[in-house]
Unconditional design. Structure first.
Length: 252
């Protein structure tokens, strides 16, 4: 069995090559009864509640950036939080909002952001070319294929000595809550993983910088982008796997 699929992803992780099987619905036996029917109010349930989640460490982390920023990341050896990228996806207002929210003696702007899903809300807004106030005007007209997605895992992030925080929503919002200890971060991650909608909003934040050599995979939209990334990586001490995976870059 090959270690990876034709898109460069690990076996079993590609939704195209390894589509998830639809759950089988067991047939329900029906009988005729003459009893009085009573309507019982439905109780809303959240997926995963009460079920142990043993895969938090394997949760993938996604840092989206424009391909023009990749050379600077490689030169610095890290994704650096305070750095001004060649092309900034965040609007000045969004950066100001993150600077105004304090977090463990710093601000949210002092942390490197990672999404918890390749379909996160902000990335979906970029792919849609939406007029989102959190996005800079420069990125609204750019095709998704000009971006790359740097991928790591929670297990790798928590092994670093950097401070980590997990948000249960958009970190620029005053209503968002943050985990700041291993226990609260783990609890917040489990909460987000149990709810598909919440997972699109939360972020994992890493103080100051995230080492580039801890990036395991770079996702790209097409062969042209893959070739461009591989050319940039020629000067890098660390060369992550480069995988073409169009679904991550489809117009939202």
């Amino acid at each position: 069995m090959p270690d990876e699929c034709i898109h460069g992803l690990e076996a079993g992780l590609c939704d195209l090559c390894y589509p998830k099987a639809k759950p089988e619905v067991a047939p329900v036996a029906t009988t005729t009864r003459t009893t009085t029917r009573r309507r019982t109010p439905a109780v809303p349930r959240t997926a995963g509640v009460g079920t142990p989640d043993h895969k938090v460490g394997e949760q993938r982390l996604y840092h989206v950036t424009h391909i023009s920023n990749l050379a600077g990341i490689i030169e610095a050896g890290s994704i650096v939080a305070p750095a001004t990228p060649a092309l900034d996806a965040s609007s000045p207002e969004n950066r100001d909002a993150r600077r105004n929210i304090t977090l463990e003696g710093a601000t949210v702007a002092d942390y490197v952001p990672f999404f918890l899903s390749p379909n996160s809300t902000i990335w979906s807004q970029i792919r849609a070319g939406a007029d989102d106030p959190r996005l800079s005007r420069e990125v609204r007209d750019l095709p998704p294929a000009e971006f790359v997605i740097l991928v790591s895992t929670v297990k790798v992030a928590t092994a670093l000595e950097s401070a980590i925080s997990v948000s249960d929503g958009d970190p620029s919002s005053i209503y968002t809550r943050f985990g700041t200890t291993p226990e609260t971060n783990d609890r917040t991650l489990r909460k987000l993983r149990a709810d598909d909608a919440l997972l699109l909003e939360g972020e994992l934040l890493i103080r100051d910088a995230f080492p580039f050599d801890q990036i395991a995979l770079i996702g790209v939209a097409n062969d042209r982008a893959r070739d461009a990334v591989r050319e940039i990586l020629q000067t890098a001490m660390h060369e992550p796997k480069v995988a073409v995976y169009p679904p991550w870059f489809a117009r939202a």
